[in-house]
Design a protein around this ligand. Structure first.
Ligand SMILES: C[S@@+](CC[C@H](N)C(=O)[O-])C[C@H]1O[C@@H](n2cnc3c(N)ncnc32)[C@H](O)[C@@H]1O
Length: 460
């Protein structure tokens, strides 16, 4: 059967020429794929608007060649193979969709790419695709949307240019239908689960555990237990801070070190972690040791200390809290931060994930909200699951004014409630055997408006 197919291919000069060109593309893509982001690779193979009616014979030939391409530079080649298939099918007048998926259980490969035409997978079967959850899809520009689609929860980015009003309307329709399909195919929670396992493997770390203070023999008053930040949410939030080599980052309550590992991927001059539990800090050290081959920042330090007794070094410019403590403990740590900015006036930003004490922070009258973004990626869609960026200002008015002018507000539309005192509603709970509810904050829109009642569930 195989021999017969090869004979057919060699017997037809057209098929032979097609295969040669496809192999050339595949080899080129294999050489550049590690140096270029996916969106650039997709643009590179995009043949643009349809130039001819669909050529069914040519499409069949391309599909046949895609199957054979697996034998050229085989092994971990699904991306090149799919990009080539996508290009040549589109050139033959078809409307292929290039899909990127992640392994649901992260037990096999790190991800997979494939192509469908009219919902039919090319050179794949339903069984071979079953282990993957779709996270992105692309269609060629100028037809069927010409769009690079982010997974649900993130806004889609239009890549293709519409040629006329009518075609742009048609594009928008098919774009939104593809987006709807993607949304149906991929549930944010499932994607986050896949990404969680993937990142742990990629960095060689173990940071996923929930660890309760009762189990560590530590006092629980006004302190929250260990739960790690969401990898994708934190990476995106840090990118919005646009850190430079002048910035120094500290994760207050660094736990098993996940946020330190994420921050060290950015060009911070120094990255610090401060953690109350010795045991968690030891485990964080092991994690950082294993992940450091991936770090951009070479100066990473993990300190075992109680944040209430630890003085902020004067070069720190970005502080991260993933809801480590509340109430009195929170007040004491914030007072330390404000003392530091008084003694050493500088641009100091606080990125606060799950900002349970948002209103308490605003009541210091020494902070201004400069940004709000989702805490998770893909976003959870819960109003309280955000990261708010504050600027901490010195008490001295003119100095505060000058420092404030350096960070214009980038609070997105729809998040303005965070500019004032606001409780989106938090219910943070631990297992019943450990006491159940730890934080209960009913929803309240603004200090000046009546409470709306009710509470949303959210765990740190
Ligand atoms: C929700 S976890 C966040 C872990 C880590 N920052 C991350 O984002 O993956 C909160 C951490 O704060 C720590 N913590 C709580 N109170 C603290 C304190 N007073 N000083 C230092 N760390 C504290 C806890 O031990 C826990 O590891």
């Amino acid at each position: 059967m195989l021999r017969a197919a090869v004979r057919i291919s060699l017997a037809s000069p057209r098929t032979g020429w097609l295969l040669t060109r496809m192999v050339a593309w595949k080899v080129t893509l294999a050489l550049v794929k590690h140096a270029l982001p996916l969106s650039t690779l997709v643009r590179l193979v995009d043949p643009g608007p349809r130039k001819r009616a669909i050529d069914a014979e040519e499409c069949a030939r391309v599909e046949w060649a895609v199957r054979r391409l697996g034998r050229v530079l085989a092994g971990g080649d699904c991306l090149e193979r799919s990009l080539v298939g996508y290009r040549f099918l589109a050139r033959a007048g078809a409307s292929p969709v290039l899909w990127i998926g992640l392994d649901r259980d992260a037990v096999r490969t790190e991800g997979h790419a494939w192509v469908t035409v009219d919902d039919r997978p090319v050179a794949e079967t339903a069984a071979s695709l079953a282990p993957y959850v779709e996270v992105a899809a692309f269609t060629p520009s100028g037809r069927d949307g010409g769009t690079a689609h982010d997974p649900p929860g993130a806004d889609a980015v239009a890549a293709g240019a519409a040629t006329s009003d009518r075609s742009s309307r048609r594009s928008a329709r098919s774009r939104s239908s593809l987006r709807a399909r993607l949304r149906r195919a991929a549930r944010p929670k499932e994607i986050r689960g896949a990404l969680e396992r993937l990142h742990e493997r990629r960095y060689g770390v173990e940071t996923s555990d929930y660890v309760y203070y009762e189990e560590l023999g530590l006092p629980t008053q006004d302190r929250l237990w260990h739960i790690p930040s969401d990898w994708g949410g934190l990476r995106r939030a840090l990118a919005r801070l646009d850190p430079t080599g002048d910035d120094v980052f500290v994760d207050v309550g660094s736990g098993l070190g996940r946020a330190v590992v994420v921050a060290a991927q950015f060009p911070f001059r120094r990255v610090l972690g401060v953690e109350l539990s010795q045991e968690l800090n030891e485990r964080a050290r092991a994690n950082v040791g294993r992940a450091q081959r991936t770090f951009r920042c070479r100066d990473v330090e993990l300190i075992a200390a109680d944040a209430t007794e630890w003085s902020l070094p004067p070069d720190v410019t970005v502080v991260y809290f993933f809801s480590p403590f509340t109430e009195e403990v929170f007040d004491r740590v914030v007072a330390n931060l404000l003392d530091s900015v008084d003694e050493h006036p500088r641009p100091l930003r606080l990125l606060y994930n799950l900002p349970v004490e948002h209103s308490r922070l605003l009541r210091t009258r020494r902070t201004r909200v400069i940004d709000v973004c989702p805490a998770k990626w893909p976003a959870a869609g819960d109003e309280g699951e955000v990261m708010v960026t504050y600027q901490l200002l010195p008490a001295d008015g003119p100095t505060a004014e000058e420092l404030a002018s350096r960070f214009p507000s980038q609070v997105p539309e729809g998040s303005e409630a965070w500019l004032g005192e606001y409780e989106p509603g938090y219910l943070i709970y631990k297992p019943k055997r450990l006491g159940g509810i730890a934080v209960y904050r009913p929803r309240q829109d603004r200090a000046d408006s009546p409470p709306a009642g009710g509470a949303q569930g959210a765990a740190p």
